[in-house]
Design a binder for this molecule. Structure first.
Ligand code: HEM
Length: 195
């Protein structure tokens, strides 16, 4: 089957759109899980209302954004490989496929967590979920670097600087969340009395 020459570019453009939608969905989904888990600390009637709302938002997000984004990204990637099968013999592509397999496993895991949250069986704390949410960031940075640099993947100072920045951001987010938790635990009595 011969493809028109612009087909490759169409596949690539739609592949990038799919990737953006997929990641937006994955990032927001785990953020919703964090709010959902933390709703357990609320008073019972409020808690129930919030949990129902989060369940609805999670289901819609997965069905309308996250999974369709994944399907678009992967199906367009298959189109790219059919149009140019030689990519499959390159080592950067092997590394990329391994990372994509990890991302697909993460997607499936999030789907499972969503079911556990719905049934009230989720054992993950908000803190653990925040840490989990850093995993797709790491995969995103590595995959984008692989597609841009391909077999010339850089291992010099600039790469370590980027890795350091990503780690710094991840640690800052964790520390900020912990600081907010501690602020919440401060008794209101002390604040209102200016103590
Ligand atoms: C199903 C697995 C995937 C396969 C087989 C695949 C394959 C490809 C191929 C063959 C290209 C074209 C490379 C070029 O023309 O230079 C490409 C481009 C791209 N891919 Fe993927 N991809 C996959 C998943 C992903 C994921 C998960 C991400 C994001 C984390 C991603 C991000 C990108 C980006 C940003 C480009 C554009 C690169 C450029 O134009 O230089 N891909 N992909």
């Amino acid at each position: 089957m011969t493809m028109p020459p612009e087909a490759y570019l169409w596949f690539k453009a739609l592949h990038i759109v799919g990737v953006v939608v997929w990641f937006a969905g994955l990032f927001y989904l785990v953020r919703l899980f964090i709010y959902h888990v933390e709703a357990a600390e609320m008073d019972p009637p409020v808690k129930q209302a919030f949990e129902e709302q989060y369940m609805l938002m999670e289901r819609r997000l997965v069905n309308i954004i996250t999974t369709p984004g994944m399907v678009l990204a992967v199906s367009m990637a298959v189109g790219l490989l059919i149009a140019q099968p030689s990519w499959l013999y390159q080592s950067w592509m092997h590394a990329k496929l391994a990372l994509v397999a990890a991302l697909l496993a993460y997607h499936a895991f999030c789907y499972r967590l969503m079911g556990q949250l719905r049934r009230g069986e989720c054992k993950w704390s908000g803190r653990q979920l925040r840490a989990l949410n850093e995993l797709p960031t790491l995969i995103l940075v590595l995959v984008v670097m692989l597609v841009v640099f391909k077999n010339q993947f850089p291992t010099g100072a600039a790469t370590w600087l980027i890795v350091g920045l990503v780690l710094f951001m991840a640690i800052s987010i964790q520390l900020y969340a912990r600081w907010r938790r501690l602020q919440k635990q401060t008794p209101i009595k002390n604040i209102s009395h200016g103590e």
